[in-house]
Design a protein around this ligand. Structure first.
Ligand code: PHE
Length: 376
């Protein structure tokens, strides 16, 4: 589990990098908004570590346009309202030329209108809800979107022979609401049945009422399109109630905390995500090795890989734009084609989204294990 002890050196390092870069006088200032603490701290910690590593490497290779990059990171505490404040601060106080973030869709939706109004490009590394980039022409992402992820898991459920699936989703997170909807559309269209649908509120700890209703419906599996804390507790409480059916979810499950909190109850779960560190491709292998060397042996997860790629896609666009001007950067980002990163090739489409493969992971012996890749 992520501890504040780990956070402190990380924040100090980020400041040191910024200070070192600042000495070089004129820098390319980049803003990052991340949930470094609070409920989804592992999302922000991972994406930040990936993003920072990318800028350190870019700076070591000379930076871009004759300048070094300077990263300004704001923690939104995983709290609603804070990402908008953080984005405003980065734009007005630090005068950043681009915003990187957020991981969670609801928080990216807060930042989007601010970036759009300022005509400063924003790149979300990992937000998958379609609405994020619909906010406007300056909002991009380097990951796939949830209509695809929902389809992937609906087909997976059908392939496993699960004919009746319960859906237990968050009532408020944009990510969970959207992924539940897209999953249901494809699963029902394929002939599957959803005899039970239950909701929870973000931060809930007790899911016995919902799970008791689900148990009564006699289902083959439970789909939980939510984040790791709730997914882990739901898995535990399902087992306590004698529910032995498989549980499965989406990228929001990917966190070491899922394993720490869920323990034996998350053995055999499945979830879709963006990348697997087990991928043998030279690009992934080299990234995993560099990340481990930089961050105390930690294996990079999907957020780390997407944070890294978001920084590289930004730097590539900046070079092609030949300028840090917002409108020029926007044009260059929109023209991104086949940019080879850790999470595959990034091509930005007309809706400013990327199309990439998904991977399905399971938990075996307390670890994430690659199951299969699903092409877009
Ligand atoms: N896709 C999630 C969202 O939109 C965030 C996420 C991305 C979580 C990648 C884990 C891994 O909210």
């Amino acid at each position: 589990m992520m501890t504040t002890a780990l956070l402190r050196p990380l924040t100090v390092l980020a400041v040191l990098v910024a200070a070192a870069a600042a000495c070089a006088q004129d820098t390319i200032k980049v803003g990052e908004v991340a949930s470094l603490t609070g409920k989804e701290a592992t999302f922000g910690q991972s994406s930040h570590k990936g993003t920072l590593l990318a800028f350190e490497e870019l700076n070591a290779a000379g930076g871009a346009l004759g300048k070094k990059f300077e990263l300004f990171t704001e923690d939104n505490l995983s709290k609603a309202g804070e990402s908008a404040t953080a984005a405003r601060k980065l734009l007005s106080r630090d005068k950043v030329v681009a915003l990187l973030g957020e991981v969670a869709s609801s928080r990216s939706l807060e930042m989007g209108p601010i970036a759009q109004a300022a005509k400063i490009p924003m790149i979300s590394p990992a937000s998958t809800n379609p609405k994020v980039t619909e906010t406007g022409s300056y909002i991009f992402r380097v990951c796939f979107i949830d209509p695809f992820q929902g389809t992937v898991m609906a087909k997976f459920a059908a392939e496993r022979g699960w004919k009746k699936v319960a859906v237990l989703s968050s009532a408020s997170s944009a990510y969970s609401v959207g992924l539940a909807k897209y999953f249901k559309e494809t699963y029902l269209a394929g002939g599957g049945l959803i005899p039970a649908e239950q909701k929870y509120a973000e931060g809930d700890k007790d899911f016995h009422a919902q799970l008791t209703a689900i148990r009564a419906a006699g289902i083959d599996a439970i789909f939980v399109p939510g984040y790791y804390n709730e997914a882990a507790l739901i898995s535990k409480q399902a087992r306590e109630l004698g529910l032995t059916v498989p549980l499965f979810g989406g990228d929001g499950w990917e966190s070491q905390s899922l394993l720490d909190i869920g323990g034996a109850a998350v053995e055999g779960v499945f979830f879709s995500t963006h990348y697997s560190p087990e991928n043998a491709s030279p690009v992934v292998a080299s990234f995993v090795q560099k990340f481990k060397a930089r961050w105390g042996g930690e294996t990079p997860d999907a957020m780390a890989a997407l944070g890294y790629d978001s920084a590289l896609v930004f730097a590539d666009a900046l070079r092609r734009a030949g300028s840090a001007d917002g409108a020029k950067l926007r044009e260059a980002l929109a023209a991104t084609k086949d940019f080879a990163g850790v999470t595959g090739k990034t091509t930005i489409d007309a809706n400013r989204n990327a199309t990439k493969a998904a991977v399905i992971l399971t938990v075996k012996d307390g670890r994430f294990k690659f199951v299969q890749e699903v092409a877009p």
